[in-house]
Write a protein that binds this ligand. Structure first.
Ligand code: G4P
Length: 287
C-alpha cells in the first residue's frame, strides 16, 4: 500500500483507536526495533493518554542487540515497560504477558479486592503497517478467536483473540499510519521496507542507506561487500554504491556500473538482514 499522511487518515485512526480504547485495559504498541522512532506514530501517545501501555520492539532478530538493550533501558528510565520480541521465531514473546501484568498491577489488585479474580485482561494491539502486528497476534493466539462474551459495552467480533486463560488481544481495526512529515522518518521507513519504494527514487534511497550504514556500521558494509579497508569518510552515498556495484560485477554493456540493479540488491540485502543486525536509530538521539 502506498502510505501518505493525510489529515483524514489521522482523524479516522484517532476515532477508531479512541473507540477501541474503551474496551481494553492496556495498549501494546508494536514498533520496529531497527527504527523505534520512525515506526511509532506520535499521535498514539496523545490518544492513549493515561491508559497503561507497553512497547514491543519487534524484529529484534534484525536489529543490533546492543542498540535494542539501550532502547529497552531508555524506555525503562522513562517508566515505560518495553519488551524486545521476534515474531518470526517467537523469541521473547514469553515476556509479554508478565510485562502486561506488571503495568496492570494496580488494576489487578483492585479487581481482586472487588472479588473479580477471574477478570479477563484485555489488551489492544496497535502499530503502523508491516511492523508485525498480524505476526504477533497469530503467534500468540495460534489463530484462536476469543469466546464471545455477553457483556454490555464490549463489542465482541472476530478481531478479539484469546492468548491464554483470561487474556485477550484486540486487533485494532483501522490503520495507524506512520507520520511521514519528516524526511528522515520517510527514508527510514523506506529503507526497512515499511513503505513502498516509490516514495523515493531507488538509487537515491540506496545511496542514502549506504551513507548511513557506512557511518553507523562501516565494518558490516566492508565485510559484506568485500571493500577491504576502504575509508568511507568524505565519500558520498552514490560513490559507495559504485564501489559496491563494481565488487558485485553489476555492469551494463560498456562497462558502466548498473546502479539500478546494485540499488535493488542493496535494499533487498539490507531488508533480509544480510548486511548484519542493524539499528538505524539510537536511543536518546536519532542518527
Ligand atoms: P502487520 O500486520 O503489522 O502489517 O505486519 P505482518 O505481521 O504482516 O508482518 C510484516 C512482515 O514482517 C512480514 O514479512 C513478517 O513475516 C515480517 N515480520 C514480522 N515480525 C518479524 C520479526 O520479528 N522478525 C522478522 N525478521 N520479520 C518479521 P513479509 O515479508 O511481508 O512476509 P513473510 O516473510 O512472512 O512471507
Amino acid at each position: 500500500q502506498s502510505i501518505q499522511w493525510f489529515p483524514g487518515h489521522m482523524a479516522r485512526a484517532k476515532k477508531q483507536i479512541e473507540k477501541s480504547l474503551k474496551q481494553v485495559d492496556a495498549v501494546a504498541e508494536i514498533a520496529d526495533a531497527r527504527i523505534p522512532v520512525s515506526s511509532r506514530n506520535p499521535i498514539l501517545e496523545h490518544i492513549i493518554q493515561g491508559k497503561p501501555r507497553i512497547i514491543l520492539l519487534n524484529k529484534r532478530d534484525m536489529a543490533d542487540p546492543t542498540a535494542t538493550k539501550q532502547w529497552v533501558s531508555f524506555y525503562q528510565q522513562k517508566n515505560i515497560e518495553a519488551v524486545d520480541i521476534d515474531c518470526k521465531s517467537g523469541k521473547g514473546l514469553g515476556a509479554f504477558q508478565p510485562a502486561v501484568r506488571k503495568v496492570l498491577a494496580p488494576q489487578i489488585a483492585s479487581w481482586k479486592q472487588k472479588g473479580m479474580t477471574g477478570r479477563t485482561i484485555r489488551v489492544m494491539v496497535i502499530g503502523i503497517p508491516n511492523v508485525g502486528k498480524s505476526s504477533f497476534i497469530n503467534r500468540l493466539s495460534h489463530g484462536s478467536h476469543a469466546a464471545v462474551e455477553n457483556r454490555p459495552g464490549v463489542t465482541r467480533s472476530n478481531q478479539w483473540f484469546s492468548i491464554g486463560k483470561g487474556f485477550d488481544l484486540l486487533d485494532t481495526p483501522g490503520v495507524l499510519w506512520p507520520k511521514i512529515e519528516d524526511k528522515m522518518v520517510g527514508e527510514h521507513l523506506a529503507f526497512t521496507g515499511a513503505v513502498k519504494d516509490d516514495i523515493l527514487d531507488l538509487e537515491d534511497l540506496a545511496s542514502r542507506l549506504l551513507e548511513l550504514l557506512c557511518r553507523l556500521y562501516p565494518n558490516a558494509v566492508r565485510s559484506r561487500y568485500k571493500l577491504g579497508e576502504t575509508d568511507f569518510s568524505g565519500m558520498e552515498g552514490w560513490q559507495i554504491l559504485q564501489l559496491v556495484g563494481k565488487k558485485r560485477g553489476m555492469l551494463v554493456s560498456g562497462g558502466e556500473i548498473d546502479t539500478e540493479r546494485t540499488s535493488k540488491m542493496l535494499l533487498d540485502e539490507f531488508r533480509a538482514g544480510k548486511i548484519g543486525r542493524i539499528t538505524l536509530e539510537q536511543a536518546g538521539g536519532v542518527q
